[in-house]
Design a protein around this ligand. Sequence first.
Ligand SMILES: C[S@@+](CC[C@H](N)C(=O)[O-])C[C@H]1O[C@@H](n2cnc3c(N)ncnc32)[C@H](O)[C@@H]1O
Length: 238
Amino acid sequence: MNERTNEDRRQFVRSTFARIADRYDLLNRLMTFGVDLRWRRDALGSAQLPSGAQILDLGAGTGDLSREAERQFPQSTIVAADLTPRMIAVGRAKTKSARVHWVTCDAAELPFEEASFDLVASAFLLRNLEEVDTALQEQRRVLQPSGSLISIETTPPLPGLLRPLVQFHFRVVIPLLASVFSSDSQAYAYLVHSTHGFLEPDALAERMRRLGFSQVRYKRRMFGAVAIHWAVKERDSR
Ligand SMILES: C[S@@+](CC[C@H](N)C(=O)[O-])C[C@H]1O[C@@H](n2cnc3c(N)ncnc32)[C@H](O)[C@@H]1O
């Protein structure tokens, strides 16, 4: 992808999330019936981290995952990184801890040294990216050998009896909630659209293996509409 298209993409993402930043947390709670907080808790719950761990929350948005990491790993230092300054501003205002450090940056080009983090975690980031492989390579680069990777992401709904229910939720319930509680239902149309275009969990797991992660596993949540992936940076990987 050329530089111009990359910049267009960054601008689009920034302006979309800037428009919904103030209502983002409220809409998240309503759209998931509040269980998104549990997904973040479960995702981090199985991480084995050293005391004083360095954690990167990538695409941190308003910081829900960072605050959960701060709660679960009291000795850790957390970098909450995001492309959209307005999301960071909302997150910063909600986060009292001095252990969370906010950084504006692009997931495709992380401003961190190699092997800086024990854990790189993201929630609902990957589907926004034009080049998922580049972002995963960057995440692997900044991880310590044997460091952990976690991704929480929406996925295309599973075939089967529940698919119409999940589709109804995405196509009717979310747009309705967005039109009532947000001034920008267009931005939520983007969120729904990006979910449908994203990788199946098996395909994402395979990408992770191909790019030098091992012990890759995932669990589905919310009738298969969300997947949590865990992986480890291989010690000997490039
Ligand atoms: C759906 S929100 C998720 C926020 C948060 N992780 C959560 O759990 O609620 C996606 C976030 O990813 C950020 N984002 C999108 N593209 C990005 C990129 N290329 N680099 C860094 N952050 C990005 C957006 O600004 C937005 O804050």
